[in-house]
Design a protein around this ligand. Structure first.
Ligand code: ZN
Length: 336
């Protein structure tokens, strides 16, 4: 059975391939989906975003239509270039969503007859087909019916919504502290069911702002720390959107370090962050070396300053702080 992090990676890959693109073909072997498609065709709609919630994968289309799928034991989403041979027989296909078209200049499908591993810079590439095989649960929802669904997990308060308040964020985190006291701060910040909107970059930045070591257990968080994290989540995400940048997948796409060199988004992201992507570089606040360590079951990279974000052990936990790598890496594109 695919674990949550597998679904998460699937959603990210789908987002990269389909996000912002117009559906050019839709096929399904499921009667209920087909009838919705007959009444309100998928073709011509834009894929607004793809999201993982627990073991569910949600694809949001323009015009208030959401395809919700659950992988159960055997289901899986595959991603192919248009024209590429599928890995599974068409009889096992439940849903196929195509975006873009095959272009004449496209190379023949002689190589890489396997689900695509997305690389950066493929945005201009020809069409993709996202194919759902074997899933038993796939249904269309509207925002309203999704809200009413008791099966699909709800998101936490969205840091970008008008209704978001620091208090709502703090309350959501407090509830999590009660139900999952041993969870690490960085893992909680990424959990869209606690607060929705933060991506992997802001996770590190928000923890830095609150002077909280991201590997601490959430049971050790103080009221003040919760408040700062909720507040920074909101102000930075808003500033980021106001900056005219794409919100990107799960809120990634970033401006947090507002030093004298506010630069264009073509620049390396780490130029504008406090700690994210700055492994082995000096902390902008204290000069200590920023560390990096993979965190959580999804093994997402987390960055922090060991001096500004001291370790606080929970009761019974080792007093020794987790250690990360602080070796400066060569400049490269950050694609996490
Ligand atoms: Zn520091």
């Amino acid at each position: 059975m695919p674990e949550g992090d597998t679904i998460y990676r699937t959603a990210r890959a789908l987002q990269k391939a389909l996000g912002g693109k117009v559906v050019s073909a839709f096929e399904t072997g499921m009667a209920k989906l087909a009838s919705v498609n007959d009444d309100a065709p998928l073709v011509g709609r834009t894929v607004e975003r793809v999201e993982a919630r627990g073991k569910w994968c949600l694809i949001f289309f323009s015009g208030d239509l959401i395809l919700v799928s659950h992988m159960l034991m055997s289901g899986s989403w595959h991603l192919y270039r248009v024209g590429e041979k599928w890995w599974m027989p068409k009889s096992k296909m439940r849903v196929m969503i195509r975006v873009g078209e095959l272009q004449a200049s496209c190379e023949p499908m002689s190589h890489e007859a396997r689900p695509i591993r997305l690389r950066s810079g493929q945005a201009g590439a020809p069409g993709f087909e996202a194919v759902l095989f074997n899933a038993q649960v796939a249904e269309f929802h509207t925002a309203r019916s999704l809200e009413r669904s008791s099966q699909v997990p709800k998101l936490g308060p969205d840091v970008l919504s008008e209704e978001f308040s620091v208090e709502a964020g703090v309350n959501a985190m407090r509830a999590r502290m009660t139900s999952h006291p041993d969870e690490e701060v960085g893992v909680m910040l990424l959990n869209q069911r606690v607060m929705a909107g933060l991506g992997n970059v802001y996770k590190s930045e928000v923890a830095f702002a609150a002077a909280v070591n991201p590997f601490r257990r959430i049971s050790t968080l103080t009221a003040r720390e919760l408040e700062v994290m909720a507040e920074k989540s909101q102000t930075w995400m808003r500033a980021n959107v106001a900056d005219g940048q794409q919100r990107g997948e799960a809120g990634e796409g970033i401006v947090t370090y507002t030093g004298p060199r506010r630069t264009t988004h073509a620049m390396d992201r780490s130029d504008r962050t406090w700690v994210y992507g700055r492994q082995g570089q000096e902390c902008r606040r204290c000069g200590a070396l920023v560390e990096r360590r993979l965190q959580g079951t999804a093994a997402r990279p987390t960055y922090w300053c060991p001096a500004c974000q001291p370790w606080v052990a929970a009761s019974g936990q080792s007093e020794a702080a987790p250690v990360g790598k602080a070796v400066k890496v060569g400049r490269r594109k950050i694609g996490c």
